[in-house]
Design a protein around this ligand. Structure first.
Ligand code: GDP
Ligand code: MG
Length: 441
């Protein structure tokens, strides 16, 4: 994944706040490999990495992030932008019924999607009609009827002996039926082939011309990987489409197809299908897909939190102190409070790249612990905070009483502080406990 790849370049990057050309080269290489691993098409990878490079070069130096984090942030923002920025919803016709045509290769999940979309539209207050315009396979009509029944959505199918074999006529009849009845959305399921072929394209285009859809959704199996670009291109040329639905995202596909298609066609990805069941379906969220492509879970959330919580001067001062090994209990407290501002400590664990060595240490701290630490340090005099060595037995007893803990707990805190200080010394100039903190000068 990208996070583990960048972890490796971390070492060479840390210690400096500014992105050099060499840094950018090193990270660009890793981003390139990560995107290829995620099955993003090569031309898309190239142009995407070029865009990242450009932005990284002109990037403002963020004081609260280290260089690798800055790059990750830029990559994420670009990914989200290419993937559409936010969610994109269906355009409904001013005069119902709204007609939605489903197109795509066979087995991508069009018929399944018809049921999912139908059910979803119902929950949105619509009255959808599913149309069986796939007359290619013997069982296709029946499959849609089963799906429709399960979704609680009516299905329009050709009557035996009437219009059999002519999907254009079925689609036209269905539209007339919807107009007569109360259906306000018509979902047309079409036939697909295993590969792109001319006859299939022509049939889909004929249906399109017969019903003038408000949306044409290109249904794409996310597992298709590198072939996503050529398939999407073929459908864009042959039928055209206004939106994309990604299916089979429950598989181990890394989501590269999403980026490829979004970048090449410019069409928004509207929905995501994540399983065979009707409820395995949601509107498409670009941020989630970006995280999936990066393979880095919540790191980005952490970066945002760090940016919010951390004041620049504070970080600078702290880094300077660490370098000079002047880390005091006061600083320790400040650091604890900053960590606290960033949310429950549990969330932090495992989110920090390159933090393996101190994860265990952090794992021992929970929120209640933190409250106690704050109480204990606040019960100390400034002199004691500055130089804990002066804390003799009677002073410790006073601090313990003042903070409502035992002397043992005061001792534990002092031990922990001693450890932290040691760690800080080792890390001064390296990655800090909190992003941006350990960046030496
Ligand atoms: P169509 O040929 O495009 O109409 O595809 P179908 O709707 O018939 O789906 C083909 C197969 O893929 C069926 O077995 C579906 O149950 C399955 N399928 C559809 N969508 C998904 C999905 O999001 N995840 C998984 N795992 N299977 C899916
Ligand atoms: Mg089908």
């Amino acid at each position: 994944t990208l996070s583990s790849r960048l972890d490796k370049v971390f070492t060479s990057l840390r210690g400096r706040g500014r992105l050099t050309d060499a840094d950018i080269d090193a990270t660009a290489r890793e981003i390139r490999v990560a995107l290829l691993e995620a099955d993003v098409a090569l031309p898309v990878v190239r142009s995407f990495v070029a865009a990242i490079r450009e932005r990284a070069r002109g990037a403002e130096v963020s004081t609260s992030l280290n260089p690798a984090q800055q790059v990750i942030k830029i990559v994420n923002e670009e990914l989200v932008a290419v993937l559409g920025g936010g969610t994109t919803t269906l355009r409904f016709a001013k005069t119902p019924p709204t007609v939605i045509l489903l197109a795509g290769l066979q087995g991508t999940g069009k018929t399944t999607l018809a049921g999912k979309l139908g059910r979803w539209l119902k929950t949105q207050g619509h009255t959808p009609l599913l149309v069986a315009a796939d007359l290619q396979r013997p069982n296709a009509v029946n499959q849609l009827q089963v799906v429709g029944a399960r979704a609680g959505v009516e299905v329009f199918a050709p009557e035996p002996g009437n219009g059999v074999g002519d999907p254009v006529r079925v689609a036209r009849d269905a539209l007339a039926h919807a107009r007569r009845q109360v259906f306000d959305v018509v979902l047309v399921d079409t036939a697909g082939r295993l590969g792109v072929d001319e006859e299939m394209m022509r049939q889909a285009a004929d249906i399109r011309d017969a019903v003038s859809p408000d949306e044409i959704l290109f249904v794409l199996d996310a597992m298709i990987g590198q072939d996503a670009v050529s398939t999407a291109q073929a459908f864009a040329d042959g039928v055209g489409f206004s939106g994309v639905v990604l299916t089979k995202l429950d598989g181990d596909a890394r989501g590269g197809a999403a980026l490829s298609v979004a970048r090449v066609t410019g069409a928004p990805i509207m929905f995501a299908s994540t399983g065979e069941a009707l409820e395995d379906f949601d509107v498409f969220h670009p941020e989630r897909m970006a995280s999936r492509i990066l393979g880095m879970g919540d790191v980005l959330t952490l970066i945002e939190q760090a940016e919010k919580a951390f004041e620049v001067e504070q970080a600078e001062a702290m880094a300077a102190k660490m370098a000079a090994s002047e880390f005091t209990l006061e600083d320790f407290l400040e650091q604890m409070l900053t960590v606290r501002k960033m949310g429950p400590i549990g969330n932090l664990l495992g989110m920090l790249p390159g933090m393996g060595q101190i994860k265990d240490q952090l794992a021992q701290v929970d929120d209640r612990d933190l409250d106690r630490v704050v109480a204990i340090i606040r019960s100390m005099t400034p002199a004691e905070r500055q130089d804990p060595k002066i804390l003799q037995a009677s002073r410790k007893a006073r601090v313990a009483r003042g903070s409502g803990v035992t002397v043992t707990e005061v001792n534990q805190l002092l031990d922990r502080f001693g450890e932290a200080r040691k760690m800080m010394r080792q890390m001064a100039g390296g990655a800090g406990l909190i992003p941006g903190m350990g960046r030496g000068k």
